[in-house]
Ligand binder design. Structure first.
Ligand code: PGA
Length: 257
């Protein structure tokens, strides 16, 4: 039994004040509508991590960094370490988002080092994988996902893989309004789970949660999470509004059913 997970990736949106207002609004909504049976994680910009963590204290809602540096400390201007995230109240961290890979040069090897650093600090990694449109059109989706998973998770134990989260985010579906069909998501998620099984064993593959990401909205989350291997969603644009994210959390209850 995998508990569905709904994660909000705010990217470079929201000041501290805006983040605090969002949390108050979300908690207000959550009181009115039952959203039990799912886990919720919010990934604000680094500057708003502490404020969001303080706002959700005792609610069970997790808080994620959007990236981290693999080293514990050092002369790395602009970077944030796993220990700093933990101290700020983070429970999770997003690693290898396609925007990090494309715009900041994160390689599978960097994803691997960051994932190990996150695990060592007690953070739950949310490791993102996904193919570009060109790769999909070229029939390379399975090979790309296999390479990203094998590279990103290399050297991890079965237990570590069982406890982390993989997010399948087809690059062509991120921020484009173009969502993968349920069949496309189902096929990719099944491929991810079987790749994890081959590399880390059936137990690890069974307990690892695989989220779908890419233009998830209140109107499409239910059908996506109804797919057998889709255990929740990583949501960008539609997570910025508390009402919309709350509806997505409510829709995520059907995951894995
Ligand atoms: P989107 O972003 O929901 O705005 O498409 C998803 C993501 O990048 O995590």
């Amino acid at each position: 039994m995998r508990t569905p997970l709904l994660a909000a990736n705010w990217k470079m949106y929201k000041t501290v004040a805006e983040a605090e207002a969002f949390v108050l609004a979300l908690l207000d909504l959550a009181e009115g509508v039952e959203v039990g049976g799912v886990e919720v994680v919010i990934a604000p910009p680094f500057t708003a991590l502490s404020a969001v963590a303080a706002g959700v204290v005792d609610t069970g809602i997790g808080v994620a960094g959007q990236d981290l540096h693999a080293e514990a400390e050092g002369a790395f201007t602009g970077a944030i370490s796993a220990g700093m995230l933990v101290e700020a109240g983070a429970t999770h961290v997003i690693i290898g988002h396609s925007e990090r890979r494309r715009l900041f040069g994160d390689t599978d090897d960097a994803v691997n080092r960051k994932t190990k650093a996150a695990l060592a600090a007690g953070l739950i990694p949310i490791v993102c994988v996904g193919e570009t449109l060109e790769e999909r059109d070229g029939g390379e989706m399975p090979a790309v996902l296999t390479r990203q998973l094998r590279g990103g998770l290399d050297g991890l134990s079965a237990e570590q893989v069982g406890g982390l989260v993989v997010a399948y985010e087809p690059v062509w579906a991120i921020g484009t309004g173009r969502t993968a069909s349920t069949a496309q998501a189902g096929e990719a998620h099944a491929h991810i789970r079987s790749t994890l099984g081959d590399a880390f064993g059936a137990d690890a593959a069974d307990s690892c949660r695989i989220l779908y990401g890419g233009s998830v909205k209140p109107g499409n989350v239910r059908e996506l999470v109804a797919e057998a291997d889709v255990d929740g969603a990583l949501v960008g644009g539609a997570s910025l509004d508390p009402e919309s994210f709350h509806q997505i959390v409510a829709g995520g209850r059907g995951a894995g059913l």
